[in-house]
Structure formats: structure tokens, C-alpha cells
Design a protein around this ligand. Structure first.
Ligand code: R5P
Length: 230
């Protein structure tokens, strides 16, 4: 599986040109991309990156990839990131690693977003992977009630679990928030559900990435498939 992730990352690297401003994703697949990009930079390629998490920032610094922020530059040419699920419209579930907020800010500031994944991430409908929703701890029960209402209106339901870290304590994101993983099963209309979650005050962001990915690179046993958004 790790070899497939690296193959997808290598394919995405073919889209990187000298002088590009890049969004650098988070997770085990994006980690390969940052690694390979580091090799290109060591060989003389000139790029600048905006990391989507503290973990990626640390990795990119170790790889000596020059970094900047969206306070300094206003647009990115390309973001390369992983995903937990990708559907046929290239809508995504992201946030399995807890980086969804910065990932979405960076993706939204990018002209293109290439999603890199092994073929197990390709799904008919999003939702088997629990949907991460980043929330403010204050008033959590009220937020959860509004989320349950949004789920009902969006035609889904399921358990909401506050994410814990490996140490057993509540997982805290880079932004200082918590994550609720919503076990919804099958989201028939992901764009509609995204629209229902957006206005909830205690929801900082959710892991439905609608209309952001322009390309998906899927690596499988049979080879690599590149799927462009229609
Ligand atoms: O918060 C984490 C990100 O959205 C990741 O890109 C996503 O969880 C996929 O990670 P991985 O490549 O490790 O499966």
C-alpha cells in the first residue's frame, strides 16, 4: 500500500514546474510527495510551499523546501494532497489526520488541486469513512444537536464520536479545536450536506471537500489512473 501511495505521489510530481507556489498536503500519502519534492529541490528545482499542518511544516523544513504563508502570497498554482475518500465527481472526505481546516484553506487558495491516493480510497458514494467535523469545544452539545438536525435534513444519520488521540486524550487540531467523527455510512448528496453543515456556528469546518479537487491520481495493482474533474 505504501508503494502505491508513493507511485501516486511521483505521478503528481510530474505536474510541478520550476517557480511554482505549492500547497503541501498532510497524511501518509502527501508525506511521500513532500519527500519526493525535497529531492527535486535538492537537485535545484525552485518552488515555494505552504504546508497544511505542523507535521508537514516540520517535514518540509527537514527536506529544505522553502516555505511561505498565505499572508505573504495570495494564490497557489497547485496543491497536492491525500484524501480519505474520493467519489466520481472528485468530491472528497478529508481530515482522517485532523488537518482538514488548513487543508481546505490551502486548497481553496489554489488554482488546481491534485489528490493522490491508492485505489482503496475510490468510492461510489462518500460516507463509509467517518466524516470529520472540526468543532469549537464551547457549547459542544448544542453544536452536536445542530449537526444532528443537518444530518437529518441531508438524509443521513449516525453516531458522532469525539476523536481521541493515541494517548487516550481528546485530539486537538493544529487550530486548537476538537474533531467529531460522524459515522454516516452513505452520503447520497454530499454537496447538499456540506451546505447544511457550513452555517452551524460551532462548526469550524468539515471534511467534505466539494468542487476543490481538479485531478485525482489513483495508484492500484493494475497501474495508475489519472481522473480529471468533468
Ligand atoms: O487530515 C488529514 C488529511 O485529510 C489526509 O490527507 C487524509 O486523511 C488522507 O491521509 P492518508 O494519505 O494518510 O490516508
Amino acid at each position: 500500500m505504501d508503494a502505491l501511495k508513493r507511485q501516486a505521489a511521483a505521478k503528481a510530481l510530474e505536474h510541478v514546474r520550476d517557480g511554482m507556489q505549492l500547497g503541501l498536503g498532510t497524511g501518509s500519502t502527501a508525506k511521500h510527495f513532500v519527500d519526493l519534492l525535497g529531492e527535486k529541490v535538492a537537485a535545484g528545482m525552485k518552488v515555494v510551499g505552504v504546508p497544511t499542518s505542523e507535521a508537514t511544516r516540520i517535514q518540509a523544513e527537514q527536506c529544505r523546501i522553502p516555505l511561505t504563508t498565505l499572508d505573504v502570497i495570495d494564490r497557489l498554482d497547485l496543491t497536492v494532497d491525500g484524501a480519505d475518500e474520493v467519489d466520481g465527481a472528485l468530491n472528497l472526505i478529508k481530515g482522517g489526520g485532523g488537518a482538514l481546516l488548513r487543508e481546505k484553506i490551502v486548497a481553496a487558495a489554489s488554482d488546481r488541486m491534485i489528490v493522490i491516493a491508492d485505489e482503496t480510497k475510490w468510492v461510489d458514494a462518500l460516507g463509509r469513512f467517518p466524516l470529520p467535523v472540526e468543532v469549537i469545544p464551547f457549547g459542544l452539545a448544542a453544536t452536536q444537536r445542530m449537526m444532528a438536525k443537518a444530518f437529518a435534513e441531508g438524509g443521513v444519520s449516525g453516531q458522532m464520536v469525539i476523536r481521541k488521540g493515541k494517548d487516550g486524550h481528546v485530539f486537538v487540531t493544529d487550530g486548537g479545536h476538537w474533531i467529531i467523527d460522524a459515522h454516516l455510512g452513505r452520503i447520497a448528496d454530499a454537496p447538499r450536506l456540506a451546505g447544511l453543515l457550513n452555517p452551524i456556528p460551532g462548526v469550524v469546518e468539515h471534511g467534505l471537500f466539494i468542487g476543490l479537487a481538479t485531478t485525482t491520481v489513483l495508484a492500484g495493482a493494475q497501474g495508475i489512473r489519472v481522473i480529471e474533474r468533468r
